[in-house]
Design a protein around this ligand. Sequence first.
Ligand code: NAD
Ligand code: ZN
Ligand code: ZN
Length: 353
Amino acid sequence: MTDVEIPSEQWAQVVERSGGPVVYKKIPVRKPGPDEVLINVKYSGVCHTDLHAMKGDWPLATKLPLVGGHEGAGVVVARGELVRDVEVGEHAGIKWLNGSCLACAFCMQADEPLCPHALLSGYTVDGSFQQYAVAKAAHVAHIPPECALDAVAPVLCAGITVYKGLKESGARAGQHVAVVGAGGGLGSMAVQYARAMGLRVIGIDGGEDKGKSCKSLGAEAYVDFKISADVVADVKAATDDGLGPHAALMTAMSDKPFQQATGYIRSRGTIVCIGMPTGAELRAPVFDTVVRMVTIKGSYVGNRQDTQEALDFFRRGLVTVPYETVGLSELQNVYQLMEERKIVGRYVVDTSK
Ligand code: NAD
Ligand code: ZN
Ligand code: ZN
């Protein structure tokens, strides 16, 4: 099947029980099935979803024991006998959607994230916090060879997700978009994709360092929710005519900003929910939603085409993720920083350390 030498054991970070912590240990390397590939993961981004998975705080159970991670960038080292369109040696990415049935009503329309049989990396199947990860060949991301694997890793979830969310918002070039959680992993990417798509960005997050970061990535305005006396008024004031942004991309994992967005969104505007705060519910005044014709919708990762488009923005140098690299062995510390909201941009783990 391949000339590449594949070890029988490898280092991985394993969630042994819901709630954590992760345990750094050696586990066996799996063999790919007929329609799967084995990827030697070099780097993996750490998404807030991985923390939700370890804590088990979403209303969807994870597999256990679990290897998390779904922003894994690496090299294909083996493939099953049915695989034709992924080559050994190719750079490929493990993303959230590890596989889907390709036959249901959603898959038929390239809405594969909605597939009732979807396999989720680092959640229902083992993900990228290991040196060798398996994915369905049909769903791996094809990473252009000129892209550095550490820098591109966060595109595989954060990038794809916010790019899709911006498309779902319907906002057009020249219009204002509020990015809520703009200093975080998804938010940092959203600021840049929005800019590259010709949108004018208002970043919302807490703290001076996050403000500096999102301004440097291209936000025109920054509203610090920790010091603003009236977030709704400040966001509206940041738009040319004071009527509020045409779209709001919700990437924070706290529910208060959802209510604020219903206050500042422009009439006919769209609120796109992306972050999933534990137990959060959406509340919006029905009267206002009707007479101002506001749209509130969810957006969930992206399909295979969104994936390749999001990667192409990266390849062309239009989005650069601010990231810091640490060894895979330090994953628990990254979760700690994430919990304390101290991360600006993304942490990427190097699976060789
Ligand atoms: P992150 O921790 O890197 O970033 C979240 C940011 O939100 C932080 O910078 C934090 O300071 C900020 N924040 C917190 N409270 C805020 C408030 N009141 N107002 C403004 N900003 C606030 O997390 P991430 O990796 O970017 O993930 C964010 C969320 O998106 C998580 O819930 C994750 O599970 C979810 N997610 C959803 C999808 C999807 O397909 N819909 C995909 C990936 C991640
Ligand atoms: Zn993610
Ligand atoms: Zn399906």
